[in-house]
Write a protein that binds this ligand. Sequence first.
Ligand SMILES: [Zn+2]
Length: 135
Amino acid sequence: MENNYSEPIQDQSAVQSPKLNNPSNLNQNQFFCPVCHQPIKPEYYFCPNCGTNLKETLGEISVWTQVGIYFISVFLPPLGFWPGVKYFMKQNPQAKKIGIIAIGLTLLSSIITIWLIYGESINYLNTLRQSLTGF
Ligand SMILES: [Zn+2]
């Protein structure tokens, strides 16, 4: 009687595929077709399910858009932070990279701006003190 019950349990474990055992593997480094939302690989040129040109849809960020984002990041530091975060949140690896660069440039530019303003105000206070004590 006991042997009859133990056998189906063994069969059940054998049937389970490794994919079902760790669903976390499916979510990591997984990209989806923007049209039919089927899982795709980032190196695919066309969606195997619906035939969408993936390089065109995923790579829609033009050079001028990138230049604009970097320009804002460098010259208008706080404003560059938002497109940076927006692009960073996207699944497209190119957009992610642009986002990281934009955030990096924004932070760098902010630090330089604060440092320059700090330096200028120290200079201003020094000259102010000198002119006041000079009298
Ligand atoms: Zn598709």
